[in-house]
Unconditional design. Structure first.
Length: 440
């Protein structure tokens, strides 16, 4: 019996993948991709003289957040040679240049290795890559805005394998560029690709060989693959611009599918599970709560949002706590609290998103540590706050870096930060910054 238990534990560890230690931030939204940061000994208020900035490193453009693992920071950027950057949602930027992957010493800010490759852009808001690197043991996986997928040796930058997924599968990059963060699941690297029968593809993470492909979508959208457990099974949740789906992660078999169609193909936020419920939403007042079956992999609609209810997320993924959804609504750009059971809005504030004014796609990236939220605002501020069903209570604020991108006439930082080893790592289009969050 003991051997069976040990085998079960080892199987669970293998299925989860090895993505860094407890103090690392080896992928988008942290070790479990849920925005939960469990380190202790971190600041719970902002000192009067601010927080210590450890180093700043000049980098180029991009929305891709940093990942931190084993004393290294990994970040992607774009060095343009030609072409205008319009920041126009109704136009495609045509630029020539190179995408880069940088590995940086987390203590000093010195570049350990750098890899670059030619990449011509034809995407809207084409200032750089969108996807946070994923570190898995001794390897790091990156995918660029046009679909260049790489597996690097994390220590040396040696290319282990590479693919161009758009050309491999006869599709093209989405309008706003490849943005769905790949998911390591056991020996699989699961990516959104697009095309007939290949909207989602599982690659062998060691070789890049296709293991399975599933679903069809001319445009795969922007939503990261997500693993949940429900109905007695592990399920891979894939939200495409037309439908949200539950799949068998080992084979790609479709367990269930429900319509959920945001405007402009903008399926972006990662669906969030709370108990037996799954929530997802997007632009155009499109959002729904699904009840997950307990006896088999299946889902049914509990409610769909209306114009005056729920939360319609875009740039950042909400966090659900004790039956309340906390997240940023793409229109009008406020941080909102919404009751999970019926979608009723409880309160809203623009303070941690735009700094106080109504604006489309106002953004803050939510990370929770103990009973505090560490919100990284599009204004370049780190905001400490307590969130409850009753109110938003700001505890402190520190200006980390300048907003350098443009969005609808205002300057923004739209890049998810990393919280690792009691430090904050954040980037804009000009620099990567390390700020100490160690409790004094």
């Amino acid at each position: 019996m003991l051997n069976l238990r040990l085998a079960f534990v080892l199987a669970c560890v293998a299925a989860a993948g090895s993505v860094g230690n407890a103090a690392d931030w080896p992928q988008w939204m942290g070790p479990e991709r849920n925005g939960i940061w469990n380190e202790k000994g971190v600041v719970r208020s902002i000192p009067e003289d601010g927080l210590p900035v450890k180093w700043r490193l000049p980098i180029a453009g991009g929305y891709a957040g940093p990942a931190v693992a084993n004393g290294k920071v990994y970040v992607c950027d774009y060095v343009a040679r030609s072409g205008d950057l319009q920041y126009n949602a109704g136009a495609v930027d045509k630029r020539t240049g190179k995408e880069r992957v940088l590995c940086v010493d987390s203590r000093t800010g010195e570049i350990v290795w750098s890899r670059e490759y030619d990449c011509n852009y034809e995407v809207s808001f084409g200032n750089g890559p969108r996807v946070t690197p994923t570190v898995d043991g001794d390897r790091v996986y990156t995918i660029g805005a046009m679909g260049h997928l790489f597996c690097f040796n994390a220590a040396t930058g040696e290319i282990i394998w590479q693919r161009q997924v758009a050309s491999d599968y006869g599709t093209k990059a989405p309008y706003w560029g490849v943005s769905a963060h790949p998911l390591v699941d056991g020996d699989k690297l699961i990516c959104l690709v697009g095309g007939e029968g290949s909207a989602v593809v599982a690659f062998d993470k060691n070789t890049g060989k296709e293991l399975w492909k599933s679903l069809s979508a001319a445009d795969p959208g922007y939503c990261p693959p997500t693993i949940i457990e429900a109905g007695g099974a592990r399920q891979l949740v894939i939200w495409l611009p037309e439908t949200i789906n539950g799949l068998n992660p080992e084979t790609g078999e479709v367990y269930w599918s429900q319509p959920l169609k945001p405007d402009y193909n903008m399926s972006i936020m990662s669906p969030r599970k709370e108990g037996n419920y799954l929530f997802a939403s997007g632009i155009g007042n499109v959002g729904a709560l699904f009840e997950l079956a307990t006896d088999k992999p299946d889902a049914k609609v509990v409610w769909r949002g209306k114009s005056n209810t729920a939360l319609y997320a875009a740039n950042s993924t909400p966090i659900i706590e004790d039956g309340v959804i906390y997240g940023c609504d793409c229109r009008p750009g406020a941080l909102r609290a919404v009751r999970l059971e019926d979608g009723e809005r409880l309160w809203e504030t623009y303070s941690p998103t735009t700094g106080g004014r109504r604006a489309g796609h106002g953004t803050a990236f939510l990370v929770k540590n103990s009973d505090l939220y560490y919100l990284f605002s599009e204004t370049g501020d780190l905001v400490l706050a307590k969130l409850s069903p009753e109110k938003y209570e700001e505890v402190g604020r520190f200006h980390v870096l300048e907003p350098t991108s443009d969005a609808f006439g205002r300057s923004v930082v739209w890049s998810h930060p990393a919280f690792a080893n009691r430090h904050l790592f954040a980037r804009n289009d000009k620099e990567l910054v390390c700020v100490s969050l160690e409790e004094q």
